[in-house]
Design a protein around this ligand. Structure first.
Ligand SMILES: Cc1cc2nc3c(=O)[nH]c(=O)nc-3n(C[C@H](O)[C@H](O)[C@H](O)COP(=O)(O)OP(=O)(O)OC[C@H]3O[C@@H](n4cnc5c(N)ncnc54)[C@H](O)[C@@H]3O)c2cc1C
Length: 433
């Protein structure tokens, strides 16, 4: 074997797609027939479905992350903590903040970033919920707003400071709204009662451009989510377009319509100017209205809506058979952790088949929906399992149990279970980091 090199598989992204692919590739690493390197910006895997619980203090930030080195311990998979800057597909190099890394097969699982859809001021004036620092920022902003509100005797100003506006009616917006209203009215209110806060001072408004909440969920789940949020006191406004965000202010109305540039003209022209119909004031604005795939130019690769990489049924990048893409970075399937983790198995299988020169072992991907779940605050969740919609405390317990068992280590599972138990009996911590 001396002098012979083995194929190098490089995985970009250590989230659901990347980490699960690396785990499924363990057998060929152990056989010594391939070398696997995973590159991620942070040294941990982030369990995004519980981020809203960090934002509202139900879980500590350490609980929703697991070190990638710990997940891959004993597997001989290499880990590189670096920022990926680009891909030179012709030279087969990944350009990173720690220098270039060569590959023979590349797996792109770099996820997605918040999509602001070009709405002016949205990125500058709102918080979002995509990674751990976002969750910490939301919690800090809420606690800071409470401290400011405690210093004022002006009731109107206090109410303004204690107002939160969420833009986006998908699962993240809905789960966050339900948790936030509870956190603000139960936890924060109890800590600041001496400052005359009452739960009526605290408002959570959710605006969504779609006519329904949870637009990709079954109709029955949508109706339950809407009813439950309203019951909990969230001001839900549907069919509302946010056209501009300013400092503590959101303007809604009809967006500008911009036509593509006419032949011979370099500038697109505005066929209809934006019309502001209403202004909503809020101290804390959180934008969770959509995501777009993280982008680098991969020469020859085609892109779909949301900048997602076009893939074939074997999960190879169309036009680049040595590059595989999965999860939120790739197109066709819903942007869900369960899609990314199912695709990881197929990517690992197909790369193994190529390396072992057994192309007949390659398998096309087909997504098997295992169910849909959304938590709606403490003791309540709604879910659809095998087409049956269920709601209530049992669903909430099931939702938590399923997520708990999605963590890789027992250490983390015990830690989360302990934090959830403490949360049932004691008020949440409001230390501002
Ligand atoms: C708040 C929230 C709640 C969610 N809840 C659910 C849920 O309940 N159920 C569900 O199924 N799905 C849920 N999702 C969606 C789910 O998180 C994604 O579909 C899933 O994470 C996609 O996996 P992925 O591997 O494609 O991307 P990710 O898991 O996002 O992983 C991408 C990784 O790539 C890294 N990366 C990106 N760019 C670079 C770079 N330039 N250099 C180095 N590293 C980079 C990132 O740091 C990240 O670690 C939720 C998402 C969010 C944001």
């Amino acid at each position: 074997m001396y002098g012979m090199s083995i194929p190098r598989i490089v995985i970009v992204g250590g989230g659901f797609g990347g980490v699960y692919t690396a785990r499924h590739l363990k057998p060929i690493v152990e056989k010594g027939i391939a070398e696997v390197t995973i590159i991620n910006r942070d040294n941990y895997f982030l369990f995004t479905p519980l981020l809203h619980e960090v934002a509202t203090g139900a879980l500590s930030s350490h609980s929703v992350v697991e070190p990638i080195r710990e997940i891959l311990r004993g597997s001989n998979v290499h880990f590189v903590q670096a920022e990926v800057k680009g891909i030179d597909a012709d030279k087969k190099l990944v350009k990173t903040s720690s220098g270039p890394i060569a590959y023979d097969y590349l797996v792109v699982s770099s996820g997605a970033t918040t999509n602001y859809y070009g709405v002016p001021g949205a990125e500058k004036y709102s918080l979002t919920l995509k990674d751990l620092s976002d969750a910490i920022n939301i919690r800090t902003a809420l606690i800071k707003a409470c401290e400011k509100a405690a210093m004022t005797t002006d009731i109107e100003e206090r109410r303004r400071l204690l107002s939160v506006l969420i833009v986006g009616g998908g699962a993240t917006g809905v789960e966050l709204a339900a948790e936030l209203i509870e956190f603000m009215r139960d936890t924060l209110c109890s800590y600041y009662h001496h400052a005359c806060f009452d739960s009526g001072d605290m408002t959570v408004t959710l605006v969504a451009s779609s006519p329904d909440l949870l637009p990709v969920f079954p109709q029955e789940m949508r109706a339950i989510a809407l009813e439950e949020l309203k019951k909990r006191g969230v001001d839900v406004r549907l069919g509302v377009n946010v056209i501009e965000v300013a400092n503590h202010e959101v303007r809604t109305g009809k967006p500008a319509v911009i036509a593509p540039a006419a032949p011979g003209s370099p500038v697109p022209h505005i066929t209809q100017t934006a019309v502001i119909e209403s202004v909503i004031l809020a101290q804390t604005i959180i934008w969770v209205a959509g995501v777009a795939a993280t982008q680098w130019d991969i020469p020859g690769a085609e892109r779909e809506r949301g900048n997602r990489i076009k893939i074939d049924e074997l999960l190879r990048v169309v036009g680049r058979p040595e590059i595989f893409a999965l999860g939120d970075a790739s197109g066709t399937y819903p942007m869900l952790a369960q899609v990314a983790s199912q695709q990881a198995k197929i990517v690992a299988r197909n790369i193994t088949a190529v390396i072992e020169s057994k192309p007949e072992h390659m398998k096309p991907f087909s997504f098997k929906q295992k169910g849909l779940l959304a938590s709606l605050g403490k003791w309540y969740a709604v879910g659809s399992i095998h087409g049956v919609t269920l709601k209530g405390p049992f669903m909430w317990w099931l939702w938590r149990t399923i997520y708990l068992f999605n963590f890789h280590s027992w250490r983390k599972r015990f830690r989360i279970a302990a934090e959830w138990t403490v949360d049932l009996f004691y008020p949440r911590d409001i230390s501002s980091m």
